[in-house]
Write a protein of this length. Structure first.
Length: 232
């Protein structure tokens, strides 16, 4: 049975995003829904000496724009974000190989289009973590429904009779009967981020996946992702 996950294309997202990729056969980037200002779509937190610090992509948009209509307005964002990563992760165990990896991804990322930049970076990071998943865009599927019904229709179109893999928070608003009516199985993934050594007292959860890669390297980060609780 094909497992489909659906998520907005976030910027360098956290480990839980990649745990979902690890459990899915297909991840659909929800790129044609309304953009939310100052969300994880254009920013993410990294570790700044034990305090969370935002990495933000400056964007241009109008209220009501879909994510795939939003543009990155700072042509120099790559350099400024690389400089921030150098500053805050210079002493990390896997600093040099991770910096080279991120520099390569940034250099090859598309120009201007926020959704495409994020989609590219997520796909490249997933590949680096040895996660096998097909990536699709909701904007290519010609689906006009909204809300939870839209999720059902996306899964039904891609994999009739398949499984929709949702984050645990989805249980607060999803209607299981809408999925079952279309023959779609609804499953949840509850990812609890395992603590790892961030080089200081305490642990900051929810940071960008690059935090773990800088601290642990690619192989150990991939192992962390695989610790996700199996869908139920």
């Amino acid at each position: 049975m094909t497992v489909v996950a659906i998520h907005q294309p976030n910027y360098l997202p956290w480990l839980g995003y990649f745990a979902k990729i690890a459990r899915a056969d297909v991840l659909v980037f929800l790129d044609d829904v309304q953009y939310s200002k100052n969300s994880y779509i254009n920013r993410v937190q990294i570790d700044s000496r034990g305090q969370p610090r935002w990495l933000t992509l400056p964007v241009s948009f109008r209220f009501g724009d879909r994510i795939n209509q939003v543009r990155i307005v700072d042509a120099d964002w790559r350099r400024s974000h690389i400089d921030s990563l150098k500053t805050h992760y210079a002493g990390a165990v896997a600093f040099r190989p991770t910096l080279e990896l991120v520099e390569d991804f940034f250099a090859r990322a598309p120009e201007g289009d926020l959704a495409k930049v994020n989609q590219f970076l997520i796909a490249e990071l997933a590949k680096a973590l040895a996660l096998r998943c097909e990536f699709r865009r909701s904007s290519e599927l010609e689906i006009t429904s909204e809300g939870a019904r839209r999720l059902v229709d996306i899964v039904h179109k891609i994999a009739p009779g398949g499984t929709y893999l949702s984050g645990k928070g989805g249980a607060n608003y999803q209607e299981p009967q809408e999925f079952s009516a279309q023959g779609v199985t609804l499953a949840y993934l509850d990812f609890v981020p395992p603590a790892y050594n961030q080089g200081h007292d305490g642990f900051l959860p929810g940071l960008s996946v690059v935090d773990a890669v800088f601290r642990l390297g690619v192989k150990q980060t991939s192992a962390l992702v695989e610790r996700a609780i199996a869908p139920a």
